[in-house]
Design a protein around this ligand. Sequence first.
Ligand code: IMP
Ligand code: MG
Length: 194
Amino acid sequence: MAKNTRYQPKSKRRAEESVRTLIPRGQIERRIAEMAGEIRRDFPTERLHLVSVLKGSVFFLSDLARQISGEVSLDFISVSSYGAGTHSSGEVKLTRDLDSSIEGKTVIVVEDILDTGMTLQYLLRVFEQRKPRRLRVAVLLDKPERRIAKVRADYVGFTIPNEFVVGFGLDYAERYRNLADVGVLTLGTKERKS
Ligand code: IMP
Ligand code: MG
């Protein structure tokens, strides 16, 4: 925890950024193990096909997959929501498709965070057309206050307030993904608009 709060960015532009721990790593680990149990209980005998939405969900996926007993297969998809800051434009584009067909499979979409819901709404539309046997959604974090699209996750790690978070895969302009805890990012008043 102290590691994060001592984080000292070097460049001037980032000098005012700070990260306050919101969910420590141990809590994340325990919750993911519980979620894995919930998912397996709902589908006791089926092979589960985990579809990770790159890149934010990679650590969540790797922990979740290893906590689920029985048969599991993995695939990856990548979308961009046109924006590198703390607000996305809501327009979603598929930038990397899955390697294999999901037809007839029990698919669990694995996402880092459910925010406006635009990304998930887009993905669910794409996946439904491909006729999976079942389609479920697991998200590590849920920010329900920000929801625009009418979507919900079947498995939610943590419901969090309307704040911009980083760490455990989540980024701000591709930085902070490697923090082991989830923390709230504060941009200082001296941050220049670029
Ligand atoms: P949505 O389409 O608005 O639900 O946003 C989904 C995507 O936006 C997530 O997969 C994240 O990549 C990104 N995002 C939303 N909120 C946050 C946040 O608080 N921190 C980092 N990324 C976020
Ligand atoms: Mg992102």
